[in-house]
Design a protein around this ligand. Structure first.
Ligand SMILES: Cc1ncc(COP(=O)(O)O)c(C=O)c1O
Length: 382
């Protein structure tokens, strides 16, 4: 009964692994890509009030104008990036839907799409569902998992229709500065390739400064679909709100699919997201706490023998288990069963990353300290 291309689609490596974790008591989870904080109160309070006032209807397909306007104001302030709230923004059901819409709006059967690996699990699957062909651009630990410009040049010769960039990155936490992004854009701009820029961790940067990809220059802005949302920096995963900004033609095409497939994002969540943009103090506090945890976990992982470059953003690090001569899946399974610490095998983020693991530090410091004790004990047994 199932369509062949869906049947052949590999299930998410993260989900497969977490089916194992479910139901196991006393597990310290360093696996999930989800903040351990609760959504700032002022956003939750607005959602409650919206319900009390009977806001239970659809919104326009593109989303509440007040939210779209708040987003364009925010992008102008943060990145000096100007979008027209009416024609150049769309509210999506998380960045997940934004990715699906962006890919489906531009990819035709056989079109090539560059994905930088290790990569967020959804990218290749969404490209495949749309009938596209994935070109993997591999990055290495010794380069801080940053794109090698000469390898990008080689892949660009294949005339890709799109490239998906994720800055800062899940699963490595790598973040690019403006100068590095300019070098990447210089190569991409030699073709008509569209950039899908997933910036869902944009506000979780601990070192240096980055800029949003479309803020590089006018041409970059015309050719970029900027995707961002509220799940990570605002701790709003369950509200399911993201947004897309792009030129009016692309937004129109994405809105067409969105209006048939989704109709609109939930109104209560849109109200909460509008208010969340005012919770900048809380965002800064969460960011400072993630930074504290990152500094702790990276120092400790390196001390116990798991080589881990210091990530500049998001809430992940991507240590190597190479020295222990064990596959990432065996490492993760044994660590889970023997010491009750869950992390995600690197192979979930690309088949070349079987000697890595993803650790999320969206967990409190006490748990991180206990996890390090358990991992150190486990490593001694290997
Ligand atoms: C890189 C990246 N993009 C998109 C998403 C999806 O986020 P959302 O909750 O907004 O759908 C995630 C979630 O983990 C992610 O890591």
């Amino acid at each position: 009964m199932i369509a062949k291309h869906i049947k052949n689609l590999a299930p998410s490596g993260i989900r497969q692994f977490f089916d194992l974790v479910l139901g196991m008591p006393d597990v310290i989870s360093l696996g999930v890509g989800e903040p351990d904080f609760i959504t700032p109160w002022r956003a939750r309070e607005k959602a409650i009030t919206a319900l009390e006032e009977g806001m239970t209807s659809y919104t326009s397909n593109k989303g509440l104008f007040v939210l779209r306007r708040a987003i364009t104001d925010f992008l102008e302030k943060r990145h000096n990036l100007k979008y027209d709230a009416e024609n150049e923004t769309l509210i999506t059901v998380g960045v997940s839907e934004g990715l699906d819409l962006a890919i489906r709006a531009i990819i035709e059967r056989g079109d090539k799409v560059i994905i930088v690996s290790p990569h967020f699990v959804a990218y290749p699957a969404l490209v495949e569902i749309a009938g596209g062909e994935v070109l993997y651009l591999k990055t290495r630990q010794e380069d801080g998992f940053k794109i090698d410009i000469s390898e990008l040049k080689i892949l660009m010769k294949k005339n890709p229709k799109a490239i998906i960039l994720n800055n800062p990155s899940n699963p490595t936490g790598t973040a690019y500065n403006a100068e590095e992004l300019r070098k990447i854009w210089k190569v991409i701009s030699t073709k008509d390739t569209i950039v899908i820029s997933d910036e869902v961790y944009d506000e979780l940067i601990y070192e240096g400064k980055t800029i949003s990809f479309p803020a590089l220059d006018n041409e970059a802005k015309k050719r970029t679909i900027l995707l961002n949302g509220f799940s990570k920096a605002y701790a709003m995963t369950g509200f399911r709100i993201g947004f897309a900004c792009a030129n009016p033609d692309i937004i129109e095409a994405m809105t067409k699919i969105h209006s048939f497939a989704m109709m609109c994002a939930p109104i209560v969540s849109q109200v909460a997201a509008t208010e969340a943009l005012r919770a900048q103090k809380e965002v800064v506090e969460m960011r400072m706490e993630y930074k504290r945890r990152r500094d702790f976990i990276v120092k400790e992982l390196n001390r116990i023998g798991l080589v881990t470059p210091k990530p500049q953003g998001a809430f992940y690090c991507f240590p190597s288990v190479k020295n222990f001569k064990i596959s990432s899946l065996d490492f993760a399974k044994r660590l889970l069963f023997e010491e009750k610490v869950a992390l995600v095998p690197g192979s979930a983020f690309g088949k070349e990353y079987d000697s890595y693991a993803r650790i999320s530090y969206a967990n409190n410091l006490d748990n991180l300290k206990e996890a390090i004790i358990r991992i150190e004990r486990f490593l001694k047994k290997l």
